[in-house]
Design a protein around this ligand. Structure first.
Ligand code: UD1
Length: 422
């Protein structure tokens, strides 16, 4: 398995281009299943999760062609010849469940394996299923698979999510576009990836109102048509690279970044002593003093502080002045990076969903293990500021969500290299 070696070496300066959002692309790709006409996605990120979704869609009979080195994806589902999403593909990535709603809505039947994914808590899919049931789907769970039917098609309905779920909102939204009548999704997720999906679906002919608010209303149509859509910039990759100059000093401009994507995160950066300036090209970030101040963070659904930036923020807090309390409210068991950071000299006390971090002046390099996608990048950030050479092992998680991380960080002066296992 590949590992990454990072050597702490002071300030970073330059520009980092931000790719299209992994999580947006993973929901835009299955939208192809809603139409017989082609869907073209531009600004797609080049990641292993995108490859997994490609394999899944191809297994259903969709055509997926990569162009411009993978930045453009041409998708076509004119002839779906299989309606079973197999365990062997689905287990690799939880977002695979997003093929369920579209397949069911278009063809009235689908069989999808229950997903696996990152080891960050139980992560059930009950809300996805309940929302589809509210549209008249008949579901049965057998041998690890969801068997779904909608004889006569899905029908519009009102569904209130008991709590906010990004994936369940996406699945329900896609399904509702082809359901008969009106569907109202209450307590819907408001993430930028949902807004991006709604905008793409609208280009395909869907009638949607209220995306980005708690209530989304969809007027079902008979069929959707082809469209071309650029994937929204990745706010998590953006936040991650904004933390690089925050941790190491210097000034980095994240190209393509927008404040609207990272509002709550920027408020915390400001409190910690990091300046963020919106420029014509993106977001420019610099640290005000020598050391950041400790801040408290609670993860929440958008527009709150994103859970996907919690591990990276913890890496920053490890060398902050003072004590910070990080509360994880979205996922249980999402502090697996804490013991690894402690191997580097961080002072962290985890009690349930709360981590208390007491900043130390400098971290020290150590061999560490990446446990999940965001945890792996937090260890790289920590390594950038540590004394010595940090070896981050099991970086395959990283490749699921960050394209060319070594290249992007080297370009701003970081000493980072990948050691390939032969
Ligand atoms: C998406 C993102 C992920 C991010 C998360 C929260 C993708 C591909 N992934 O994941 O990176 O961390 O949003 O911002 O977009 N839950 C249930 N039942 C369900 C669905 C969810 O109990 O049917 C729970 C989850 O276990 C979790 C919470 O709801 O505790 C929120 O999960 P959700 O918003 O659904 O996350 P994902 O869509 O899986």
């Amino acid at each position: 398995m590949d590992s990454i070696i990072v050597t702490g070496n002071g300030p970073l300066n330059g520009q980092i281009p931000i790719a299209g959002a992994k999580n947006a692309c993973l929901t835009l790709m299955p939208a192809t299943l809603l139409s017989e006409e082609p869907l073209t996605l531009t600004n797609a990120p080049r990641l292993s999760d995108i490859k997994t979704m490609t394999t899944l869609l191809q297994s259903l009979g969709a055509e997926v062609t990569q162009m411009q080195g993978g930045q453009v994806l041409a998708l076509s589902s004119h002839a779906l010849d299989n309606h079973v999403a197999d365990y062997d593909i689905v287990r690799k990535m939880r977002a695979s469940i997003l093929v369920l709603g579209p397949m069911l809505a278009r063809d009235g039947h689908a069989v999808v394996s229950l997903p696996g994914g990152c080891a960050i808590g139980a992560r059930p899919v009950d809300l996805h299923l309940k929302a589809l049931e509210a549209m008249g789907a008949e579901l049965e769970l057998r041998e690890g698979y969801v068997h779904a039917k909608a004889p006569g098609g899905l029908k519009g309905g009102i569904f209130e999510f008991p709590f906010v779920s990004v994936g369940a909102t996406e699945n329900a939204l896609m399904a509702a576009t082809l359901a008969k009548g009106t569907t109202v999704l209450k307590n819907a997720a408001r993430e930028p990836e949902i807004v991006d999906l709604a905008q793409c679906l609208r280009k395909m002919g869907a009638q949607i109102e209220g995306e980005g608010t708690h209530e989304i209303t969809v007027q079902g149509v008979d069929r959707l048509h082809g469209a071309t859509h650029p994937v929204v910039p990745d706010r998590i990759e953006l936040g991650t690279y904004m933390l690089a100059p925050a941790i190491c000093g210097g000034e980095v401009e994240c190209l393509g970044g927008r404040l609207a994507l990272v509002g709550a995160f920027c408020e915390k950066l400001d409190e910690a002593g990091i300046e963020v300036e919106e420029t014509a090209l993106g977001l420019k970030v610099r640290r005000r003093g020598d050391r950041v101040r400790a801040v408290n963070v609670t993860t929440e659904p958008f527009p709150g502080f994103p859970t996907d930036l919690q591990a990276q923020m913890m890496a920053l807090m490890c060398t902050a002045e003072g004590t910070s309390v990080l509360e994880e409210r979205i996922f249980e068991n999402r502090f697996m990076h804490a013991p690894e950071l402690m191997r580097m000299g961080a002072r962290i006390d985890v009690q349930g969903g709360t981590a208390t971090v007491t900043g130390v002046e400098r971290l020290k390099a150590a061999p560490v293990m990446a446990t999940d996608l965001r945890a792996s990048v937090s260890l790289i950030l920590a390594g950038l500021a540590a004394e010595g050479e940090t070896q981050v092992n099991r970086v395959y998680h990283l490749d699921r969500g960050y394209e060319r991380v070594e290249e992007k960080l080297s370009a701003v002066g970081a000493r980072i290299e990948r050691v390939r296992e032969t």
